[in-house]
Design a binder for this molecule. Structure first.
Ligand code: BGC
Length: 749
């Protein structure tokens, strides 16, 4: 240790004295890129004045807030989410922060920056493809950098405990492994562009109704095996520079002043080295928050007070917050800045050239990979190009595709295709990206009559349907930040429209643009349904390419689609409708049995199971084998394309204990997306994270595998895995214990 320090001090000295390529300019030894982030951060902290440290831990909103008479700092970027002053004297740049997970967002106002929007986070999770998630992250990271931002407030991985949560579209679905891996890959992509990404919202912020006043009740074991596990896996996969703590309370304590969450779980147990910033308006105190582990207050003027401004100075001067804690806060911000290249590769003051065409292609690919063909009976899809009369109905399909609302909203080039819909202000505007499915369909059918009806007049829509050979009916559900949907039904009587149109023409394909799961009372009446989520700025093109079979659908559901609200752990949403400032509790009595685990445990049959997704080709699984070597479980299998088109299958490996008691009958333990030409087959394998074979033990902070037999199941969705048709094999596991991060503990073997 000592030797290492001496060597690096020496190298810093050499660099300083001898003017090598690694030289630290102007006597700034921390600019030596040969040193590690921790060392560089330490060197800077030593140079910083008290006031400089305080500046670094205090964030401003990057947009004017009229009702608070607040003007953004001059150096912030217009209509942006956040800004933090750096220390120019020491070569530490400002932090320019932008939302969020689908691209470079803008706050409302006249100067929104045009951006490329990926499809929703749920769509990306539905790709089950880490490379697609990484590529999307790299694209939006490059765009953020191009616009002069060095922090992206991305990485949303709140588990889908309730399909009515208005922000589900920003997240990665209901399974901790899938959500954690996919969101982690996206974070890694963003940071590959030398832009820090957050991981958020930490933690258990799983509904929007009463998000600032609700108090989540959950035991440690259940939390560690569900929401926290998703965050932990995303942290490991993505190594985010920052974590954003959430609005809600957990077991009586605000997340942003929870010593348990911030210091014990995140920093100590998981070894997080970066900084914790609060969500905008989620800081509630100075001393409790700082001492609990919050490193930076964000989004002045959204909190009641500038807790980490002058009050923090006073608290440190009085010793109520130790000086060492303030140093640690500053050090953590600097650590992330050094580690992720923000200091060594400063963003440019003026917007840089952005390759919007290349970015559109990345968004298109993500959308094509993530849309889910839910149903395809009969012979309507893929569409035949010889069709003569096509009706396109509803969903503003003549104009574009829907986006989710709130802080993550990216404004597209060309502007809103359907301006003026309510709500026009926060969490609106309701945005329709100008990527028209109708135009993309017409382009592919130059000789056909393609007619559009907006669906407002049900009878007119049914008449058009009757006169057509095939109907493409678009249905939408707008969701967004700060509110949940009252039910899983499509709004604005669209169920009635679909029923009427399907009655008029049985060749009706429904395309859904929804934030998450919806119910489908008309399902038996239509031959095909494509879940297109919020498909991003290339959405119209992506939908058409799948309908015509140019791309073969390969998305699989990252969340269960319930048959009704009655099947949910909380049939009525707690705290709904919201009453301002009313504090209430939400008991996560389902514990870690989230999504399909709950459905399995209760024997409920969903509308569509987790993992479900069809293709225009067929696949077969064979040759499943599983072995345990040194306690590590590996499953191998063959996937074959038995149909006539090239396509991709998502092989899902589930594990079900024969005797051991888990929170639910089975868990997803691994997955692999396999790309196959017709007739081709490939061998694939997954290695199972031991945490997915164990129960978390809070007292010893270990993951404990119970000795016994476990069924390893290979299936194309969670329901198939529960049935008798799926391939399976049984392995024997010895008792074993793993540390809090799933690393083997030798003594326990
Ligand atoms: C959201 C965050 C977002 C922040 C900044 C908050 O309302 O919850 O996800 O990053 O605003 O815009």
């Amino acid at each position: 240790m000592k030797l290492k320090k001496t060597i690096s001090l020496l190298s810093a000295a050499v660099a300083m004295c001898c003017g090598t390529a690694l030289a630290a300019p102007d006597g700034k030894p921390w600019m030596n890129t040969q040193l590690g982030a921790a060392e560089r951060a330490d060197l800077v902290v030593k140079e910083m004045t008290f006031d400089e440290k305080l500046k670094l831990v205090f964030g401003y909103m990057g947009a004017d807030v009229e009702h608070k008479k607040y003007k953004r700092p001059e150096q912030s970027h217009v209509q942006s989410a956040g800004f933090v002053y750096g220390v120019p004297r020491l070569g530490i740049p400002n932090l320019w922060e932008t939302d969020a997970g689908v691209g470079v967002a803008s706050q409302a106002g006249p100067h929104a920056r045009p951006g490329t929007a990926l499809p929703s986070g749920l769509n990306t999770a539905a790709t089950w493809d880490l490379q697609t998630a990484f590529a999307g992250g790299a694209m939006i990271g490059a765009e953020a950098r191009g616009y002069g931002f060095n922090v992206m407030l991305a990485g949303g991985v709140n588990l889908m405990r309730d399909p009515r949560n208005g922000r589900n579209f920003e997240y990665g679905g209901e399974d901790p492994l899938l959500a954690g891996k996919m969101v982690g890959a996206q974070i890694k992509g963003i940071q590959s562009q030398r832009v820090v990404s957050t991981l958020k919202h930490f933690a258990l912020n799983d509904q929007e109704t009463g998000r600032t006043t609700l108090d989540v009740k959950i035991d440690d074991q259940s939390a560690r095996m569900s929401d926290l596990l998703a965050l932990q896996i995303a942290k490991e996969e993505g190594n985010p520079g920052a974590v954003m703590c959430s609005y809600n309370r957990v077991n009586g304590v605000y997340a942003c002043e929870s010593n348990y969450l911030l210091t014990e779980v995140l920093k100590k147990d998981w070894g997080f080295k970066g900084w914790v910033m609060s969500d905008w308006g989620a800081t509630h105190s100075t001393i409790p928050a700082a001492n609990a582990g919050l490193d930076q207050q964000s989004g002045m003027p959204f909190d009641l007070a500038d807790y980490f401004g002058p009050p923090l100075k006073e608290a440190v001067m009085n010793g109520w917050v130790p000086q060492a804690r303030l140093d640690d806060m500053a050090r953590r911000v600097l650590h992330a800045m050094f580690e992720h290249g923000v200091v060594d590769h400063p963003v440019k003051a003026e917007p840089d050239k952005i390759d919007f065409n290349a970015h559109a292609a990345v968004s298109l690919k993500d959308a094509q990979e993530g849309m889910v063909l839910l149903k395809n009976s009969g012979a309507v899809l893929p569409l035949d190009r010889s069709v003569k009369r096509v009706a396109v109905i509803g969903g503003y399909a003549d104009k574009g595709v829907l986006a989710g609302g709130g802080s993550s909203l990216v404004y597209p080039a060309g502007g809103n295709a359907v301006p003026g819909m309510e709500p026009k202000t926060w969490p609106g505007p309701v945005m329709v990206y100008p990527s028209s499915p109708l135009k993309a369909i017409q382009k592919r059918l130059p000789a056909a009559t393609v007619s559009f009806a907006d669906g407002a007049d049900k009878a007119a829509a049914a008449r058009l349907a009757q006169e057509s050979d095939v109907v493409l009916l678009f249905a939408t559900q707008w969701t967004g930040e700060a509110f949940d949907v009252p039910s899983l039904s499509l709004p604005n009587k669209q169920d009635e429209l679909i029923a009427a149109v399907a009655a008029a023409n049985p060749r009706t394909v429904v395309v859904l643009e929804t934030g998450g799961p919806v119910t489908m009372p008309w399902l038996p009446k239509v031959p095909a349904v494509l879940e297109a989520w919020y498909p991003g700025t290339s959405g119209g093109e992506a939908i058409a390419s799948l309908l015509f079979g140019e791309a073969n659908p390969s998305g699989h559901l990252p969340a269960t689609f319930p048959a009704s609200e009655a099947q949910l752990p909380r049939p009525a949403l707690d705290g709904y409708p919201e009453v301002e400032n009313r504090r209430f509790e939400v008991s996560y009595r389902e514990g870690a049995a989230v999504g399909y685990k709950w459905f399995d445990q209760k024997g409920l049959e969903p509308l569509f199971p987790f993992g479900h997704g069809l293709s225009y080709t067929e696949f077969g699984f064979a040759g499943l084998s599983a072995n345990v070597k040194g306690g590590v479980l590996q499953a191998s299998f063959t996937v074959k394309n038995t149909g006539k088109r090239a396509g991709k299958e998502v092989a899902q490996v589930y594990v079900a204990p024969l005797k051991a008691k888990w929170e639910a009958p089975k868990r997803l333990a691994g997955f692999q997306k396999v790309d196959l030409q017709p007739g081709a087959e490939a061998r694939a394998s997954v290695t199972v994270d031991p945490r997915l074979l164990a129960m978390y033990d809070s007292a010893s902070k270990t993951w404990k595998v119970a000795k016994g037999d476990y069924r390893i199941i290979l299936a194309a969705d969670a329901a198939e895995a529960a049935g008798t048709k799926a391939l399976s094999t049984v392995v024997h596991l010895e008792a074993a214990a793993y540390d809090v991060n799933g690393k083997p503990l030798r003594q326990a073997r």
